[in-house]
Design a protein around this ligand. Structure first.
Ligand code: ZN
Length: 382
């Protein structure tokens, strides 16, 4: 199911391939997020044109709406949204902790009140895997407990124990045809907990492994630390997925730390604030340049937006709140993330990843927030 094609001699980077019954996923891979059965503002034709090989769906949200009755009648998510390439589904564990208002953790799952209407719901390993079976995803994630950033050691330990117990329970559930199950390693930035969680999950022989408990509000150095603490305990012959990450520069750095798969809402989320990604970093289209700038959003970009429209035009659409403005920026941003992965794969094959990484990072200006986080981490080390 996962084939390791090349490893980089100067870092932990890998070039690989995941085979599913609906096609292959070349890694390193970026997976656009289609939480509610749509990658926000993009249609399938656009996603295929930019060669998205896999997209994400979400258990919690799809179970709320349209609900599993409709999903079953549609014949699963692929047929419902007319997407015939691979789909990975998040288990809903993250949303139960990030969205639901009142929760009660029980032995077999979490009782909570829906963020939509306050209705009482229950989600555990059994329920989550059943929903993912009806959705019919090619890769299903186990139901885990993702503690917030800064959780106390006792809470972090309890989350790891539950995550491991629930992972075993997930493995016993019936699957959709050809469906792969990925385990999720928790443990915060506690080395012993990360190792323990990884070892126990690896012993269960999942098809792949995700590193969870990242992208929960932690500063960048802590996120890298969580990945570095986990990766050495994951088997080389299985895919590794960093959940909810990251920016273009972070993805390159995570690939160098042995990660194969990413998902992130950033390309389409920031598009709605008028932010475009470029190889030099993220910038605000409305404020970032002159009104009469008739160049593309990113020099040299081959996406539909950059081939057909100017910064001045996109800026105007955003200023007057036209839907097309958000769509054009979403197209550009998502294309950039996917293109970056394609280039990374080519450099790994050519043995030039190290030079590519150094040049990319040197050219990329991180946001003020990331710079502040790095400075704070250095002060701590001094
Ligand atoms: Zn572009």
């Amino acid at each position: 199911m996962f084939e390791l094609l090349t490893t980089d001699p100067k870092s932990r980077a890998r070039r690989g391939r995941i085979t599913t019954s609906r096609g292959t996923i070349e890694t390193p891979a970026f997976m656009p997020v289609g939480t509610q059965a749509t990658v926000k503002a993009l249609d399938n034709r656009e996603l295929i044109e930019m060669d998205a090989q896999v997209i994400l769906g979400n258990t919690y949200h799809l179970n709320n709406r349209p609900g599993m009755e409709i999903m079953a009648q549609a014949g699963g998510l692929h047929r419902f949204m007319n997407w015939d390439r691979p789909i990975l589904t998040d288990s809903g564990g993250f949303q139960v902790y990030s969205l639901a208002r009142i929760r009660k953790v029980k032995e077999h799952g979490v009782e909570f009140r829906s963020h939509l209407d306050g209705s009482k719901m229950f989600l555990g390993p059994k329920e989550s895997m059943e929903i993912q079976r009806i959705i019919g995803s090619d890769i299903a994630m186990v139901f885990d407990e993702c503690p917030p950033h800064g959780a106390k050691p006792k809470a972090a330990l309890a989350a790891v124990e539950r995550t491991v117990r629930w992972a075993a329970e997930c493995l016993e559930q019936p699957r959709a045809a050809g469906q792969q199950y990925f385990g999720i390693v928790q443990g915060g930035i506690d080395p012993a907990l990360r190792e323990r969680c990884a070892r126990e999950l690896v012993a269960m022989a999942f098809d792949g492994y995700a590193i969870g408990g990242v992208s929960v509000g932690e500063p960048e150095p802590e996120m890298f630390r969580a990945i570095e603490l986990t990766e050495p305990f994951l088997p080389a012959e299985k895919a590794r997925y960093a959940m909810g990450l990251g920016t273009p520069a972070q993805m390159i750095e995570l690939i160098a730390r042995g990660v194969d798969m990413f998902d992130c809402v950033l390309p389409t989320r920031v598009a709605r604030n008028g932010t475009a990604y470029s190889r030099k970093g993220a910038y605000n289209i409305k404020g970032g340049f002159a009104k009469a700038d008739f160049g593309p959003l990113d020099e040299g970009c081959e996406c539909f937006t950059c081939r057909h429209h100017t910064r001045a035009y996109v800026r105007h659409l955003l200023n007057v709140n036209e839907i097309l403005g958000f769509r054009l920026v979403s197209i550009h941003n998502t294309h950039l993330f996917l293109q970056l992965m394609a280039e990374t794969r080519a450099h790994l094959e050519a043995g030039t990843f190290d030079e590519f990484r150094a040049a990319f990072i040197a050219n990329y200006v991180p946001t003020k927030k990331v710079l502040a986080e790095r400075a704070a981490a250095e002060t701590l080390l001094d």
